[in-house]
Design a protein around this ligand. Sequence first.
Ligand SMILES: [Mn+2]
Length: 326
Amino acid sequence: MNRTNLKKVVAEIRKHKRFLITAHTSPEGDALGAELAFLNLVKKLGKSGVIINEDVVPKEYNFLPEKENIGIYKQNIRGIEFDCMVIVDCSDLSRTGEVYKLNKWGRSVINIDHHVSNDKFGNVNWVDPLASSASEMVFKLYKEMCVSFDKVSALQLYVGIMTDTGSFRYTNTTSFTHKAAGELMKFNFDVRLVYKMIYESIPFHELKLLSKILLDIKRSMDDKVIWIEIPRHILRHERLSFDLSEQVLSFMRMAKDAQVVALFKENFGVKDEIRFNLRSHGVVDVNKIAQYFGGGGHKTASGCTMCGKLSSVRKKVLAKIRENLK
Ligand SMILES: [Mn+2]
C-alpha cells in the first residue's frame, strides 16, 4: 500500500516542473530537513522549486545549509509560480498556517507525512505512520528515484531524523532509521556539533528562565500524569534560542511512573489561544486524546491548538487523559 503511494509520489514529481514546498507552522528539525532536502531533490532532477513557510526558521536551526532558501509567507510570496504543491510533515492543510491558500488555482498537491492523524488532504497522499519522520520518507524518495545524496542533503535529512526520534531514542526509531542515518553519516558532517547546535546552545539567561519554568511542574492521578502550565507573561520574548516546549516535555518525561506528560501554553499574539502538547511512554494513545479536541499527531506525541482560558483547557484535557489511563 505504502509502496504504491510512494510510486504515485514519484510519478507526480516526474509530471511537474515547478514546486511550491511547505511544512507546518513553528517548523522544527523534521519539517525543515524534509522540505530543504525535497527542494534539493527536485533541483537534482533538473526542476525548480521554492519553499514558503508560515513562520521563520528558529534560531537553533540557523546552521542548516541552504536555510536561506526558505521564504516566509508574509514577506516572500509575490510572483510565485508553481504547478505542484508539496506539503511535508503536516497532518492537515491548516497545519501549514495560511500557506495552503497560495494554491488558489487548485494545482496538484502532494502530501508526504508520518502522522497517523493525517486526513489525506492531497491529490496524492503518501502517509506512513511507521516512518520515524518526514525526513526518513524523503530519504526513501531519493532512493526510489535513484538520486544520490550529497553533504548538504545528507545533513538536512539527518537533522530531521535525529530531532523527530529524540536523537534515536523514541519508539519510532527502527532499524531502517539507523540504516538511513548511517548512510547519511558517510558524508562526514560533525554529528556532535549538530547535536550541540540544536540542543546545547542555550544562552545562560534563557537556561535560568527554563529552570524557573520547570519549578511549576505538577502531578495528578497518582503521578501517572505530569503537567505544566506556561502563561504568556512568563516569557518576555516570543523567540527563545531553543524549543521551550520540547525541553520542558523531555524534562517531565523523566518522571518515574508517568504515563502521560502534558504541557499547556498560552500562545503569543492571539488572545485565549492555548497550545497543548502530550507525550506518552506508549501505554496511552495520546493521538486519540488530541484528536478528540481537534488536534492530532502520533500515538506517543501529539498536540492541539484550542480557544479558551489556560486553566479551563487544562482541566478539560486532564479529564480526558484520566479516562484513557491504564
Ligand atoms: Mn515529523
